[in-house]
Design a protein around this ligand. Structure first.
Ligand code: ZN
Length: 198
C-alpha cells in the first residue's frame, strides 16, 4: 500500500534525486510545496525553466552565465594571461568574493575520477588547452585537495608542461577534501599567494 498519493510520491522522488536532499528532507519539501498557493508554485516552475533556458556556458571560461561571454572574461581590466583552473562555478565565485584575484578563470565542471568513471574528456580540459593557443603566462590549478582534485591537477600539469606555460598549484593550506566554497577568504588568498610551480 502506498503511504502517500501517487503525485506526492513522484514529487518526493524527484526532490530526493537532488544533491544533498535525503528522503526525509524531500518529504518535508514536498509537503511544503503542495501547501503553497498555486501562483507561487507557477512562479517557482517558471524560474526553473527560465534558468534552464537562459543559463549557458561562457564561450571562453565555461562558467555558467546569462551571456555569450561572462562578466569576468568580458572585463578588459582583468589579466587575461593568467588563468585559474577551478572545478566548478561555485569555486570561481569563492575566489571572486575575495576581490583580490585579477586574472581570469577556467571552469572544468568536475574532476577526473577513475572510480566514478569521469575521464579527462568528461571535463572542460580540451577547452582549456585550446585557450593556451593565446598568450598565457600562468595557469593556476586550484582543484580540491581530494584524490580527484589532485589527480586532475597532476594530469593538467603534465598536459601543459610541454607547452612551456608556467603551471602552479595553490598551497596545501586548503584542508584535505575541503570544498573551496566552504573555505574562508583569508585561507583562499593565503593558498593563492603560496602557490608553487609544478
Ligand atoms: Zn568567462
Amino acid at each position: 500500500m502506498e503511504l502517500y498519493s501517487g503525485y506526492i510520491n513522484k514529487l518526493i522522488e524527484e526532490l530526493s534525486s537532488l544533491p544533498g536532499i535525503g528522503n526525509k528532507s524531500a518529504q518535508r519539501l514536498a509537503f511544503y510545496l503542495v501547501n503553497q498557493p498555486k501562483d507561487r508554485i507557477e512562479r517557482f516552475a517558471k524560474v526553473l525553466t527560465d534558468a534552464k533556458e537562459h543559463v549557458r556556458y561562457c564561450s571562453s571560461c565555461y562558467t555558467l552565465t546569462d551571456q555569450e561571454i561572462c562578466p569576468v572574461c568580458a572585463n578588459a581590466k582583468r589579466d587575461h594571461r593568467m588563468i585559474m583552473v577551478v572545478e566548478n562555478t561555485r569555486d570561481m565565485t569563492a575566489y571572486e568574493k575575495t576581490g583580490k584575484y585579477e586574472g581570469v578563470y577556467h571552469v572544468l565542471h568536475g574532476a577526473i575520477s577513475p572510480m566514478l568513471g569521469v575521464g579527462p574528456n568528461d571535463i572542460k580540459l580540451k577547452e582549456l588547452m585550446q585557450r593556451l593557443q593565446d598568450e598565457v603566462d600562468e595557469v593556476i590549478i586550484t582543484t580540491n585537495s581530494s584524490l580527484e582534485g589532485e589527480t586532475t591537477a597532476m594530469y593538467i600539469s603534465k598536459l601543459i608542461k610541454p607547452t612551456g606555460v608556467k603551471v602552479t598549484r595553490i598551497a596545501s593550506g586548503v584542508p584535505v577534501g575541503g570544498d573551496l566554497e566552504y573555505i574562508d577568504e583569508v585561507t583562499l588568498l593565503r593558498a593563492l599567494e603560496g602557490r608553487v610551480e609544478l
